[in-house]
Write a protein that binds this ligand. Structure first.
Ligand SMILES: Nc1ncnc2c1ncn2[C@@H]1O[C@H](COP(=O)(O)OP(=O)(O)OP(=O)(O)O)[C@@H](O)[C@H]1O
Length: 212
């Protein structure tokens, strides 16, 4: 469970989250929406323990994500809006992911195949030299292989072509059962089949929070 109670977050004098409260429970599959600057990424970063709230509390499975960062992140598969500038080649990246998160290489290969990402010819290629869509497919494959209780994807299909988006939605339909899945998206039409809750934020507040 993710519990956000009366959380405010300021950068300088600008309020990015304004006394926001939300609870996410197992089987919640959420489309988190809102205009640029609404506070969606700030909310995610508080859940991941990147930021201290100015007031209020954030708990992930009862743990404070700042004080218990390692334990909290063990349960979260996160794919960011912009892929990080990883210098490793894909073979090294897979080995690193397997060692650091105790997942099987075969699980990553399986999900890469499901995303129709042909890993074999790219194993010696640096991650940062992949196309935007290939990077996203690779990060999605690793994140699904981890089988975490919580999946958080920030605009996961932004760089995917229509076929890859279909694959993503088909895969995620199976992979979000009995989990918390939070998707930041500007494309609710695409996500409608997948999500069961829609939250709309603006100016650091929740404007609507509805089942779908
Ligand atoms: N590290 C930071 N330093 C200063 N201001 C920040 C920082 N991170 C976010 N902000 C500000 O907080 C507000 C909310 O930003 P945030 O990135 O959370 O919005 P968002 O809803 O994710 O937007 P987008 O859809 O464009 O990704 C914005 O006004 C932004 O400028």
């Amino acid at each position: 469970m993710i519990e956000i109670h009366n959380v405010s977050k300021k950068f300088g004098n600008a309020l990015s989250l304004d006394n926001l409260s939300l609870t996410f429970k197992k089987d919640d599959c959420i489309a988190l929406m809102g205009p640029n600057g609404a506070g969606k990424t700030t909310l995610i970063r508080l859940i991941l323990g990147y930021y201290h709230p100015n007031s209020g509390t954030v708990l992930v499975n009862g743990l404070n994500p700042i004080q218990e960062r390692i334990r909290v992140l063990q349960n979260i598969s996160f794919v960011p809006q912009l892929p990080p500038p990883i210098k490793l080649n894909l073979d090294e990246l897979i080995s690193y992911a397997c060692k650091s998160t105790k997942i099987e290489k075969n699980a990553i290969l399986h999900f890469a195949k499901e995303m129709e990402f042909d890993l074999e010819p790219n194993l010696n290629k640096s991650f940062f030299k992949l196309s935007g869509g290939m990077k996203q497919k690779m990060l999605i494959a690793i994140s699904l292989a981890r089988q975490s209780d919580i999946i958080i994807y920030d605009e996961p299909t932004a760089n995917l072509d229509p076929k890859a988006r279909d694959n993503f939605h088909r895969l995620l339909k199976n992979e979000t059962r009995s989990k918390i899945a939070l998707f930041v998206t500007h494309r609710l039409d695409e996500m409608k089949e997948l999500v069961n809750r829609q939250i709309y934020m603006d100016l650091g507040k929740v404007l609507t929070d509805e089942p779908l």
